[in-house]
Write a protein that binds this ligand. Structure first.
Ligand code: NDP
Length: 255
């Protein structure tokens, strides 16, 4: 059983790369139908808090599970990586779904199932890496500049992501239901600072882990979120006539 997962590992990286590029191409033409872009015609739906709990809960569980069942050695370094992963996905799966518990909003079941599939692939590749490439951490990786720089970028990304999401949530607490133009923090510069920060986070992870699955994770996050940042930007522009002209989509001052 363990051998089968190890044998599948190289092929799974190719699958991952193909899925990332396909996602980017698809999302250039189709706005993923959840949140403000939710619309009919996508089949049965599920309440948004349950959708987020299930799809992100899978991400929270699969990667640690793969590390443990693969038989990879659990070192202080592995524990740091597990902490980074579980910190992010614990907040996303448990924190976010709890914070949106009162919403009546739904998401298409198909979107949730696609995210579940992706999160299994992502968790498996990123978790199994610690068995397949264990030898690369044989030295003191905790002192390696890649680890130190990567973790620093990850932490900056994570704190910006949490803060940008909080600033969005606060809009409804202060101004009532619906959507408002956000003007706090990085929102002054870009339409989707939470996405910018999420991409930063996984770039940090990729540098700290220095692995192909890590790089694919950062690449996929960009493929998934850059088109959505564009969709948000276009939506803001067409919904709010006073939306600031100088604001960019995803990268401050650039795009
Ligand atoms: P959005 O920015 O679309 O929405 C975040 C939350 O803020 C939602 O509850 C949304 O409500 C609310 N909101 C957004 N804009 C406004 C506004 N102008 N006024 C009032 N409320 C607003 O993010 P997502 O829901 O797409 O993503 C949530 C988190 O998950 C983000 O941190 C993101 O980075 C992460 N994520 C990561 C992905 C990955 O590939 N790694 C993929 C998708 C998300 P509503 O739901 O009603 O629109």
């Amino acid at each position: 059983m363990i051998e089968a997962f190890t044998d599948f590992y190289p092929a799974s990286l190719w699958v991952y790369a193909v899925i990332s590029i396909s996602t980017l191409i698809a999302l250039v033409f189709i706005d993923a139908p959840y949140g403000r872009h939710m619309r009919d015609g996508w089949g049965p739906s599920i309440r948004a808090p349950w959708g987020w709990l299930i799809m992100e809960g899978v991400a929270l569980l699969v990667m640690p599970l793969c590390v443990f069942i693969s038989g990879a050695e659990i070192t202080p370094l592995t524990l740091v990586f597990l902490l980074m992963w579980c910190g992010h996905y614990g907040n996303r799966a448990l924190g976010d779904s709890w914070r949106m518990r009162d919403t009546k909003k739904t998401m298409p079941l198909i979107i949730m199932l696609m995210a579940v599939f992706y999160n299994i692939l992502n968790g498996y590749t990123n978790g199994w890496h610690f068995l397949v490439n264990a030898e690369m951490y044989a030295g003191n990786w905790l002192l390696d500049p890649r680890f130190i720089i990567g973790v620093s970028i990850f932490l900056i990304g994570a704190s910006l992501n949490i803060r940008s999401d909080q600033q969005l949530r606060r809009l409804r607490e202060e101004k009532g239901p619906g959507y408002h133009v956000p003007n706090a923090g990085l929102h002054r510069y870009i339409a989707a600072p939470n996405y910018f920060a999420e991409i930063l986070e996984w770039i940090g992870w990729a540098i700290a882990v220095w692995s192909i699955p890590g790089a694919l994770f950062a690449f996929y996050t960009f493929c998934n979120l850059a088109p959505r940042a564009h969709a948000h930007y276009t939506w803001y522009k067409s919904t709010f006539p006073d939306y600031p002209d100088q604001r960019k989509r995803l990268i401050p001052f650039v795009w």
